[in-house]
Write a protein that binds this ligand. Structure first.
Ligand SMILES: Nc1ncnc2c1ncn2[C@@H]1O[C@H](COP(=O)(O)OP(=O)(O)OP(=O)(O)O)[C@@H](O)[C@H]1O
Ligand SMILES: [Mg+2]
Length: 572
């Protein structure tokens, strides 16, 4: 965990180095666009001063063919600029998308290494908004912010240098306008940042609310809590609307203000110049061609200055995205896994070592100081049938999560045949443990996916065998027309059947240790008998830890452990 913390700037610079060919093309595109943007003005200057004015002075006009040629030259310059702009936009998109793709990948990898406590502290909607909105904001920061800012600056510098070359007084005059625009941009920026952060916050809350509502849709319907959910959601929508309005207000005032200044500057310049027209030379020693080219350039300097304002805004949005993505990528991680700890190795008994050893184990959740386990020590030999009992909130489920290595002891150790469970790689876990959770947690996909959890190495036969061991296969054959490939909906199954499905998921990989968390709760007597039979069958030749209040007599355990006040007491 002494890794260097994640920094977006470092990520982007290493991305740029790694994809150096792409980076080079992007730079070429930026330079090409800004330089080709100057061509029309230079062409205009040439056409007026070198072609039209001398002809006018001689009392004629250039011949028609030449005039057509000159027009084509002028439009050709615009065409070239257009081509470069297309190339530049394409490159920015390609570059940004690739960047986003790699960042999302990094975050997905990270999510697999997060501690369980992250998920209890943060809603699922929050994580999805981290991966979507916030990463997208970083892409905006990069493409519409950073890169476009470079483009705009290159354009401004190009224009300003050109005007300065035309006439240095004009160049200086133009320079005086820049601080004014910068000041206005700064003032707008400040207001926008505040509104934006508020907006992003509400959006996050909104997506959290949404995800949680979907998770609990059935419960909300059952309890008639929809009006309550709706009023909550309406409140959030109202706040999102208000904060969005505020950003829109800043947005809509900014461009007209800049346009107004542009009109004044051009009008003043035209007035000054028009006052002293003298044949082909104007005030400040400007030729007519230079004047026309300058107006053209000055008109086009406002667009990039204005764009800088918008780019800074995108960057602000991106900065809050960066902050969130960075803090996500710097979340505390689980301990590194030891790839040498394969299921085969971990399950090989060691002489004089019990299957499971709780060695002076202490545990408390990150956000709680209360010790759930306080220097717990006990051994569990292989093939035991253990019933774990204890009042609600005593820590039974927590004991299971520790056993599975999902939580790490805050003190002491939990050893499986002498190996620390939290160091066992996740890929090995399903060969070792079968875990039936307190409530069935569906995954997106088909019925098969509920059992395999997307593991392609689990065969069709294994899935069918697990389902029939769990008394579900006949039901599936009769009721689900597409069998294992039926898209899964919880509503197609009763609560007892969902528990049985959880059992099928746990035993499909033929694990050595079964952990059953309240599998027999809330069942009717028929399903209860099936569950008892299924467990009786499944537990043969396995070690079983079962949290069970009701069925302990019928299941016949050979050890009872009571969890109470931070201790686990072996009862028999
Ligand atoms: N993710 C978590 N973060 C913080 N505290 C938690 C978390 N999960 C459980 N707790 C707390 O730890 C204690 C033990 O919880 P646990 O779920 O292990 O109890 P349990 O014995 O399984 O209860 P039940 O019989 O109701 O299932 C409780 O006080 C609970 O509030
Ligand atoms: Mg529990």
């Amino acid at each position: 965990m002494n890794k260097r913390p994640f920094k977006t700037s470092r990520f982007i610079s290493s991305f740029a180095r790694h994809h150096w060919g792409l980076s080079l093309l992007l730079i070429l595109a930026i330079l090409g666009t800004s330089l080709s943007g100057l061509l029309p003005a230079f062409a205009l200057r040439y056409i007026i001063d070198q072609e039209i004015q001398p002809a006018l002075n001689a009392g004629t006009l250039p011949e028609t063919g030449r005039l057509i040629g000159l027009s084509l030259l002028f439009y050709g310059c615009y065409f070239l600029e257009g081509l470069f702009t297309i190339f530049e936009n394409f490159m920015i998109d390609v570059y940004g998308e690739k960047l986003i793709h790699e960042l999302r990948y990094l975050m997905l990898e990270k999510s697999a290494r997060l501690r369980l406590s992250y998920f209890s502290k943060h809603g699922s909607g929050e994580m999805s908004s981290r991966l979507t909105d916030d990463v997208y904001a970083i892409e905006l920061l990069f493409s519409e912010g950073l890169v476009s800012l470079l483009v705009s600056l290159a354009k401004i510098i190009g224009i300003w240098v050109s005007i300065f070359v035309f006439n240095w007084v004009l160049g200086l005059l133009l320079f005086a306008v820049v601080p004014l625009i910068a000041l206005i941009t700064h003032l707008f920026r400040k207001g926008m940042l505040k509104a934006q952060i508020a907006n992003r916050k509400v959006l996050n809350e909104e997506s959290n609310h949404f995800a949680e509502t979907i998770d609990n849709l059935r419960l909300l319907k059952d309890l008639g809590k929809e009006p309550y959910r709706e009023s909550n959601f309406k409140g959030l929508l109202g706040r999102a609307y208000q904060s969005q309005n505020k950003t829109a207000l800043f947005d809509s005032f900014y461009s007209p203000t800049i346009d107004f200044i542009k009109a004044i500057v051009i009008a003043l310049l035209t007035l000054v110049v028009a006052y002293s027209y003298n044949n082909s030379t104007l005030v400040l020693g400007l030729s007519i061609g230079t004047f026309a080219a300058s107006i053209d350039l000055i008109s086009s300097i406002f667009a990039p200055i204005q764009a800088i304002g918008e780019e800074l805004q995108s960057m602000q949005e991106g900065v809050s995205g960066i902050y969130r993505v960075e803090s996500f990528l710097n979340e505390e991680e689980i301990s590194p896994k030891d790839s040498a700890l394969t299921a085969g190795k971990v399950l090989t008994p060691k002489a004089g070592t019990p299957l499971l050893r709780f060695e002076d184990l202490s545990f408390h959740y990150d956000d709680g100081t209360e010790l759930i386990f306080d220097h717990l020590s006990f051994d569990l030999p292989a093939k035991q049938q253990v019933c774990v009992i204890g009042r609600t909130g005593a820590g039974k489920t927590t004991l299971f999560r520790l056993t599975l290595g999902l939580l790490e002891p805050t003190g002491g150790a939990l050893l499986l045949n002498g190996n620390p469970v939290q160091a066992i790689p996740d890929t090995e876990k399903r060969q070792i443990f079968g875990y039936v959770e307190q409530g069935f947690k569906p995954v997106p996909g088909t019925l098969r996916d509920q059992v395999t959890l997307g593991d392609p190495t689990i065969s069709e036969e294994a899935v069918k065998a697990a389902l029939s061991e769990s008394f579900l296969f006949d039901y599936v054959k009769v009721h689900l027309p597409n069998g294992l490939d039926t898209p899964f909906h919880s509503d197609d199954f009763s609560r007892g059947q969902l528990q049985l499905l959880g059992l099928a998921r746990a035993i499909v990989t033929d694990p050595s240790i079964l952990l059953l968390d309240e599998i027999s709760a809330n069942l009717d007597s028929a399903t209860e008998q099936q569950v008892i039979q299924a467990i009786t069958r499944a537990r043969q030749s396995r070690t079983v830890l079962s949290i069970s209040h009701r069925l302990s007599d019928q299941l016949g355990f050979n050890q009872i452990i009571e969890v109470e006040n931070g201790h686990a007491i072996a009862k028999q």
